[in-house]
Every structure is written in C-alpha cells, then in structure tokens.
Design a binder for this molecule. Structure first.
Ligand code: TMP
Length: 211
C-alpha cells in the first residue's frame, strides 16, 4: 500500500482517542499494516516535551514558547517516525497533528495564524495529512468527559478556551474542504466510528485492497 497519513483532531473530550483505538482494531481485522502516534509524543524526546507541555506546574510557559515546544515535538516525530513509516508504505494514524496548533495556539491562545503555519511547515517539512477527521462536539458536553480530578495544563484552561478552539476547527474545515471532514462526536461512539470507517474505506479503497 502507498503510505497514507490520517489524522484525528478535536477539542479535549471529543472522543478522538477512542476512535483511534476503534480504527486500529478495524485495520488489524482487515490486515492492513499501520502505525499510530499521538501528539505531542511518539518519540522518546517528544514524550519528554509532552511532559513539560502538560505539567500544570509550568504556569509561566508563554504561548509562543508553548507553540514552539509543540512544533519541536512534531518535528522530531515527523523525521524520526512518520516519514520513515510512510516511506515503508504504512498507513499512519496520528492522534493530533498540525491542525491542533492552528486551533489551540492560533484561535485558542490568539497567536498569529500565518506565523503558526510557517512554524508547522518547518516542523513537518511540508508534510500534510491525506485525510483529517475533526470530531466536533459542544465544549460544555466535552468538558463532562474530561478529567476533572486531575486536569492537565491544557485541560485546565476552561470551557471558554475550548469554544475558541472549536471555532478554530470550524475555520480549518472551511479552508480545507478536500482534506478535512467534520464528524458529529455527540453521537454514540459506535455511530461515530461507522461514519469514520465508511469514509476511510471509500477514500482509500485502492490502497487498502492492495496492501
Ligand atoms: P491530548 O489530550 O489529545 O493527548 O493532547 C494534549 C493536549 O495538547 C491537548 O489539550 C491539545 C494540546 N495541543 C495543543 O495545544 N497544540 C498542539 O499542537 C497539539 C499537538 C496539542
């Protein structure tokens, strides 16, 4: 199979990671070679950067430094893992990628979108996903699914922040209609997955049958 990059996006509590797991099970069942990564993370170094980014003790972290740390984690993951896997013809699934930076640091934190696009471009050397699912959910519903006992630094930002991030994802959808697909994440998990699976089977029919 030709390597393909599929990314999952959405605000915290949108159920992305569950959908990634369901997709992994399905790809295993149909014997497709795949590999999954999460962002920030996926390499030894990127997981260390993740710890810094999500540690609630790091309150002094500026929005610019935050963006650059996400970008550094992404650069490492792209070079060390994603590009080689695509080169081997694997189906690569990524739980968050470039759009998280635009939605969270751009629309959420209010940083300049053009600057963030340049940073993303440097971090990925221009690599763009073949397909991106954006799991859309009302932030007040998503907050109910978040860890309220021990929220991480990003989860602790509050519902107003997630409203801005959601708006960011809506803008990304509008600007990338061929790559990005909105999925209503307020439906039952099983229905969400059926939608995702149908889209994948249709979009990658050739690649999945040739693997
Ligand atoms: P996760 O909870 O989906 O693992 O993601 C970690 C958090 O980091 C989540 O709150 C989203 C946030 N994030 C950004 O703000 N910018 C980024 O570029 C990425 C990849 C994640």
């Amino acid at each position: 199979m030709a390597g393909r990059l599929v990314t999952f996006e959405g605000i915290d509590g949108s159920g992305k990671s569950t959908q990634v797991q369901l997709l992994e099970q399905e790809l295993k069942r149909i014997r497709v070679q795949f590999i999954t990564f999460r962002e920030p993370g996926g390499t030894k170094l990127s997981e260390k950067i993740r710890e810094i980014l999500l540690d609630k003790k790091n309150i002094e972290l500026s929005s610019t430094a935050e963006s650059l740390l996400f970008a550094a984690a992404r650069a490492q993951l792209t070079t060390e893992k994603i590009k080689p896997a695509l080169g081997e013809g694997k189906f690569v699934i990524c739980d968050r990628f470039i759009d998280s930076t635009i939605a969270y640091q751009g629309y959420g934190r209010g940083l300049d979108i053009n600057d963030l696009e340049i940073i993303n471009n440097i971090a990925t050397d221009g690599l763009t996903p073949d397909l991106t699912f954006i799991l859309d959910i009302n932030p007040s519903k998503a907050v109910e699914r978040m860890d309220t006992v021990a929220p991480d630094r990003m989860e602790a930002t509050g519902v107003d922040f997630f409203r801005k991030v959601r708006e960011g994802y809506h803008q990304i959808l509008e600007q990338n209609p061929d790559r990005c697909i909105a999925i209503n994440a307020e439906q039952a998990q099983k229905n969400v997955f059926n939608e995702i699976n149908q889209i994948i089977l249709k979009r990658f029919a050739k690649e999945l049958t040739c693997s």
